[in-house]
Design a protein around this ligand. Structure first.
Ligand code: CA
Length: 223
C-alpha cells in the first residue's frame, strides 16, 4: 500500500511518515502543493494525505485539479482549520475525509485504514434503483440514461442510499457509513450533502427519489 504525504511542516510530515512506515505502508513525501500534484499525477497511490495550507499550491486546489483530471485516489485532508465551512469546502470538491490538527497517530491510522479498505472494495457490478444507475468501478452515475456529475462525497452518499433502498437512514448511520465516524455537532453536514445530491439527482425530474423523514433521516424510495 503506497501513500503520498503532502505536508510542509517537517515535524508533522516526519511524524506521519515514521508512524505509517511502522505499519508497513510505503510512504512518499512532498513538501508543497505543486510537487504533490505532480507526484500524484505521475505515480499510483492508494491514498493521499494532504495538508490544506501548503506553499506554492494549496490543498484545495490540488484536490480540485486531481478530481478534474479524473484521478480518484482517496484523499484524507489534514487541516488546522475546524470550521464547518472549510470542512464542507474540502469535502465538496472531492476529499474523502479530513482530520483536524493536532491529531493522535491512532486516529490518523484508523482513518487511513478505513479509506484504503473502502478503495479496495470499490470494484463491483453496477447498481440500479428506479431509473438510477451507478457504476462502482468508474464512479459514474446516470439517471434516465443522463450522466450525472457528482463529487466524491456525493457519490459516496448516493452509493450508500442505493445499497440500502427503501430503508430509513438516520444522520448517524450516514455519518458512520459515508464518513466513517459520527459527526456529533456536525450533523448539518449530512443535510448539506443530501441537498447537494438532491439538486443533481432529483431537481430536474418529476419523480423524487430522496425523501426526508422528519426528525429521523432520509430514505431512497419510489413513491
Ligand atoms: Ca501546512
Amino acid at each position: 500500500m503506497k501513500i503520498l504525504v503532502v505536508e510542509d511542516e517537517k515535524k508533522v510530515a516526519n511524524f506521519i511518515k515514521r508512524g505509517l512506515e511502522g505499519e508497513s505502508f510505503d510512504v512518499e513525501m512532498a513538501s508543497n502543493g505543486e510537487d504533490g500534484l505532480a507526484m500524484a499525477k505521475s505515480n499510483h497511490y492508494d491514498l493521499i494525505l494532504l495538508d490544506i495550507m501548503l506553499p506554492k499550491k494549496d490543498g484545495l486546489s490540488v484536490i480540485k485539479e486531481l478530481r478534474d483530471n479524473e484521478i480518484n485516489y482517496p484523499i484524507l485532508c489534514l487541516t488546522a482549520k475546524d470550521s464547518v465551512e472549510d470542512i464542507v469546502a474540502g469535502l465538496d470538491i472531492g476529499s474523502d475525509d479530513y482530520l483536524t490538527k493536532p491529531f493522535a497517530f491512532a486516529e490518523l491510522l484508523a482513518r487511513v485504514k478505513a479509506l484504503v479498505r473502502r478503495g479496495a472494495k470499490d470494484r463491483g457490478a453496477e447498481i440500479f434503483f428506479a431509473d438510477l444507475r451507478l457504476d462502482p468501478v468508474t464512479h459514474k452515475v446516470w439517471r434516465a440514461e443522463k450522466e450525472i456529475d457528482l463529487t466524491a462525497k456525493e457519490y459516496g452518499l448516493l452509493e450508500y442510499f442505493m445499497r440500502n433502498p427503501n430503508q430509513v437512514l438516520t444522520r448517524n448511520m450516514i455519518a458512520e457509513h459515508v464518513w466513517d465516524y459520527t459527526f456529533d455537532s456536525f450533523t448539518n453536514i449530512i443535510d448539506v450533502y443530501v441537498n447537494y445530491l438532491r439538486k443533481k439527482i432529483d431537481k430536474d425530474f418529476s419523480k423524487k427519489l430522496i425523501h426526508t423523514i422528519r426528525g429521523v433521516g432520509y430514505v431512497l424510495k419510489e413513491e
